[in-house]
Design a protein around this ligand. Structure first.
Ligand code: F6P
Length: 350
């Protein structure tokens, strides 16, 4: 039998919630850094489901090599499997894995689920969402890639909008936060950016569109967050996902806005929902570098036995923070955020 000193350390790694470009970068950097130090990394498959159903695999250096460039997560994920009501089962199954600690890359739902069952569990949290709406970190990985999809799409669609004299309404993800529409819309110099944090006035939008039409504009580009609503109205909830920590799925706003524009402004209009294209794409260089740096920090935390913290990005560098910092309510765009002011300076309707 191995003596306590010689016992190989065994760490678990799971990805939970919706996928985000960069998850594979976290996996590759953590595994490469830790396997070089003789630490075994066990990948738990499909988020919490892998714990309940005992699905896991040994993550070797060879297994992860090159995965940083791929979209998705090679471990699989789920944004449906909670731990509620199954706490003791979760605890038993996790204990049976004989892990010295667990690294979890996820959103607030993943950490909230883990906290309920985490007594005695050594945990490192890696904040993740394309929505960029987690408190405690200045930016989340996957956000830059999502913005790239939005800005490239707006730039591309401008041609058909101009060709047909149409208003194109591009719907971006983000739930209750407007970061993706704002970042992607600014990068593409969209004509109008509609975000949930700034309910818009229908009268003001009508006036803006009529003015642009009067100026002889052929096409016009609007980017709208899926969770936006006009003043006094509610966001468009398309359906609910049972078991998901944030059950509502938003959708339908851009299509209705396109019809409204045709009726109110007499300007032909079409809508494009970018949907999961914003998530399912290889990470940008910025997201690759961020996940590489976060993964290395996580590995250092494991090597130093520094648990029950999160790895975050603040003031231009990766840092460690209390795990509770990333579990606060969503970090929304402040209505007078400097990016909003930049948009206004450019004459963008926001
Ligand atoms: O939170 C990330 C996100 O991509 C949101 O922007 C979007 O509303 C939601 O997940 C979509 O979830 P699902 O993958 O269940 O369709």
């Amino acid at each position: 039998m191995m003596s306590a000193e010689l016992k190989r350390r065994r760490i678990g790694l799971l990805t939970g919630g919706g996928d985000a470009p960069g998850l594979n970068g976290i996996i590759e950097s953590v595994v490469r850094a830790l396997s070089g130090q003789g630490i075994e990394v066990v990948g738990i498959q499909d988020g919490f489901e892998g714990i309940f159903e005992n699905r896991h695999l040994l993550l070797t250096r060879d297994r992860v090599l090159g995965s940083h460039a791929q979209a998705g997560t090679l471990l699989g994920t789920s944004n449906k499997s909670g731990t509620r009501g199954r706490e003791s089962e979760f605890h038993e199954k996790l204990s049976a894995l004989n892990l010295d600690g667990l690294i979890a890359a996820g959103g607030d739902g993943t950490f909230a689920g883990l906290q309920k069952v985490a007594q005695g569990l050594k945990l490192i949290g890696v904040p993740k969402t394309i929505d960029n709406d987690l408190e405690g970190t200045d930016v989340t990985f996957g956000y830059d890639t999502a913005c790239a999809v939005v800005s490239e799409s707006i730039d591309a669609l401008r041609a058909t909008a101009d060709a047909h004299r149409r208003v194109l309404v591009v719907e971006a993800m983000g739930r209750t936060a407007g970061w993706i529409a704002l970042g992607g819309g600014l990068a593409a110099y969209a004509d109008a950016i509609l975000i949930p944090e700034r309910p818009f006035s229908r009268d003001a939008l009508r006036e803006f569109l009529l003015q642009k039409k009067g100026e002889g504009r052929r096409g016009l580009m609007i980017v709208a967050s899926e969770g936006v609503a006009a003043e006094g109205e509610s966001a468009s909830v398309a359906f609910k996902v049972a078991g998901s920590p944030q059950a509502e799925r938003f959708g339908g706003f851009s299509e209705r806005l396109a019809r409204w524009i045709e009726e109110e402004v007499d300007w032909e209009s079409r809508h494009v929902v970018l949907g999961h294209l914003q998530r399912s794409r290889p990470p940008t260089t910025t997201d690759r570098f961020l996940t590489l740096a976060m993964g290395i920090e996580v590995a250092n935390m494991v090597l130093e036995d520094d648990w029950n913290k999160a790895v975050v990005y603040r003031q231009g560098r990766v840092q460690r923070a209390p795990i509770g910092d990333i579990m606060k309510p969503a970090r929304l765009v402040k209505p007078d955020h400097r990016w909003v002011k930049m948009a206004q300076m450019l004459g963008i309707f926001i």
